[in-house]
Write a protein that binds this ligand. Structure first.
Ligand code: HEC
Ligand code: HEC
Length: 569
């Protein structure tokens, strides 16, 4: 009996393996089933004909992929090649972070996902016509992560011009950033390399490496080989020597001749790379020349990948929810100003922000991902330090076409006017209050040393408070990041202000505007309610309900997310 079961098991496993192997190479033939899955789950974004023009596409950026051109961003294949079936299957399974492309792992069966892979391939004849499988990127020779490799990568980041799009420290704020469009003419932003959780193809080192070598088809990001790679065809030493020569004010005749040799070598290598892309077969010696050139590219790309990896935290910081609420730390004496080193001793709390899509005007394509917050208080005052990434410094020189309002970067911090008494007491509506009013600190890039106090009972019912001036403010914008410092007395005379007391859990929420992304009014990114507390000095821990608050705010967050997803779908 036993042996029979084992044999049966092995047979089943063997069969499964064969099926998997078959799938690993090739999707099944296109079928009615694939069409059905596509029309049910994909067509409203990607369009019935696969042109990326479904009914939901209008509001989306990046646009849903147009499948008729055979251009795919996330591939394990070389530049100019089609993706492997497995690449398509994986992206459909996982989705594309930082875009509206969802992952289908839980909502479509494995078979359905393979069927739909086969179906989307029918939109582009190139898949049928190509006789050889796409050339895959060789991952052998990986250079593992080390400080030295990161250092080398950092040099290449500048040398190869990444900095022009991705900015000095990688926040996507390079000088070319606001000018980029994709293959279809739509605006596109360079990735913020410090937020690797927003990378379309994932943030691990191999994935990053593949994006350099294979390129991100359809996007302005170049594939780094051939004519887009500095000194392609030269060894590291030769490249160094050529840079030296090029930096001289005047070259001797011998030096001229030396550099000329280098240029000839480079031209020859680029020609080979181009021939190869066009499918022209290389002779054995040509192939060797090409391989030698690529070896340098591969090595440099591994260093670059290690450098990019070093720019972001290992994983997305946990959001300030649950037991992880924003706790203002008590300090005896004066509170630190914006640039004081004392802030370095605190870990910031991370508040994810999502596009506001409940009321018009909506933001379906947010560019601000989150705001990070730290806070100190003493016996009379509280100070906050807010930081958030924004690729552009926009101060209201341009106006929105429909509303006439200035387009500028801004941040609003929202509290209830009165703290709800207990964790189950109702909070004001998260979108700038309603029946229960909210108390706001509104900062705008056009007046960077000022925070305005506002009371609101809804987005169209916001009033600048008559009594202003209790707030001190400092701010700065550097390398794609805003830093804003605000200080206020714990208690004020103004009845419209929130009054603060240690140990009391206070709801807090955020809105942010990126002027260059067209954010204005309710077109913005925001959070639902989170929690903030002036952490009591250890002897006076009186309050015990943070877990309950946590559960409630989690509920709200998921509620908001559900709304977002439903709208997107
Ligand atoms: C809510 C809209 C939406 C739905 C529904 C949707 N997609 Fe997408 N899809 C997108 C967007 C947007 C992109 C492009 C993202 C980008 O370019 O960064 C995309 C990109 C893709 C890509 C290209 C990946 C690459 O490497 O470039 C594939 C393949 C894809 N989708 C397949 C599907 C399939 C199959 C379905 C249905 C099972 C589906 N999508 C459903 C929005 C959607
Ligand atoms: C001409 C501008 C430009 C240059 C130069 C450029 N990039 Fe990019 N990069 C982009 C854009 C645009 C995107 C977003 C692509 C998309 O998702 O459509 C991007 C995306 C990325 C990503 C994210 C990939 C993903 O999976 O989403 C990484 C990593 C990256 N670039 C690194 C680099 C490095 C390193 C260099 C230099 C070797 C570089 N880029 C050069 C414009 C550029």
């Amino acid at each position: 009996m036993r042996t029979r079961n084992v044999t049966l098991l092995m047979l089943v496993l063997g069969l499964l393996y064969t099926v998997m192997l078959a799938h690993a190479q090739n999707a099944p033939e296109a079928s009615e089933k694939g069409k059905e899955v596509y029309e049910q789950s994909c067509a409203h974004c990607h369009g019935t004909e696969g042109r990326g023009d479904g009914s939901a596409a209008e509001n989306l950026l990046p646009k849903p992929r147009d499948f008729t051109r055979g251009l795919y961003k996330i591939r394990s294949t070389e530049s100019g090649q089609l993706p492997m079936d497995q690449d398509l299957f994986d992206i459909i399974t996982i989705g594309m972070p930082g875009s509206s492309m969802p992952g289908w792992e839980t909502s479509l069966s494995t078979d359905d996902r393979w069927e739909v892979v086969a179906y989307i391939k029918t939109f582009y004849d190139g898949f049928k016509e190509s006789e050889t499988p796409p050339r895959q990127i060789n991952l052998e020779g990986k250079i593992s992560y080390s400080e030295q490799s990161v250092e080398t990568g950092k040099g290449l980041y500048v040398e190869l011009g990444c900095v022009e799009c991705h900015g000095n420290v990688g926040r996507g704020d390079g000088t070319s950033a606001p000018t980029l469009t994709d293959e279809w003419g739509f605006q596109t932003w360079p990735a913020n390399l410090t937020q690797s959780w927003t990378f379309r193809g994932g943030g691990d080192t191999e994935a990053i490496f593949k994006r350099f070598i294979g390129g991100i088809a359809g996007s302005p990001m170049p594939a780094f080989e051939g004519d887009s790679f500095l000194h392609f065809g030269l060894t590291v030493a030769e490249s160094k020597r050529l840079s030296e020569l090029e930096n001289k004010d005047e070259m001797t005749e011998a030096e001229e001749a030396e550099s000329e040799k280098f240029y000839e070598k480079m031209d020859a290598a680029v020609d080979l790379a181009l021939n190869r892309v066009e499918g022209i077969e290389l002779t054995a010696t040509e192939q060797q020349t090409y391989d030698d050139a690529m070896k340098v590219v591969y090595e440099k790309s591994w260093h670059l990948a290690n450098y990019v990896k070093s720019l972001a935290p290992e994983k997305r910081p946990e959001s300030a929810i649950g037991n992880n609420v924003l706790r203002s730390q008590y300090l005896q004496g004066g509170l630190p100003s914006m640039d004081d080193a004392a802030w370095e001793t605190l870990q910031s709390k991370h508040f994810p922000l999502v596009g506001q899509i409940v009321i018009e005007p909506r933001q379906f394509n947010p560019t601000i991902d989150s705001v990070n917050v730290k806070s100190f208080y003493n016996d009379t005052e509280v100070a906050f330090l807010f930081t958030w990434d924004d690729r552009t410094h926009t101060t209201g020189d341009e106006t929105d076409e429909t509303t006439g309002q200035p387009l500028e970067d801004a941040l609003a911090i929202q509290f209830p006017v009165k703290v709800p008494q207990g964790p189950t007491a109702p909070k004001p509506y998260f979108l700038w209050g309603g029946r229960l009013p909210v108390y706001l600190w509104h900062w705008k890039a056009s007046a960077p040393e000022q925070v305005t106090e506002v009371t609101a009972k809804g987005v169209s019912n916001a009033e600048v408070q008559e009594a202003q001036g209790e707030l001190q403010t400092q701010s700065v914008y550097t390398d794609g990041q805003y830093k804003l410092w605000v200080k206020r007395a714990l208690k004020t005379e103004d009845k419209k202000d929130l009054q603060l007391e240690p140990g009391v859990f206070v709801p807090i929420a955020f809105s942010a505007w990126d002027g260059a992304n067209g954010d204005v009014d309710t077109k913005r990114v925001m959070s639902s309610w989170y929690t903030f507390v002036l952490e009591p000095v250890p002897s006076s821990r009186r309050f015990v309900y943070p877990p309950l608050i946590a559960i409630l705010s989690l509920g709200l967050l998921f509620g908001l997310r559900a709304v977002v997803q439903r709208r997107n779908a």
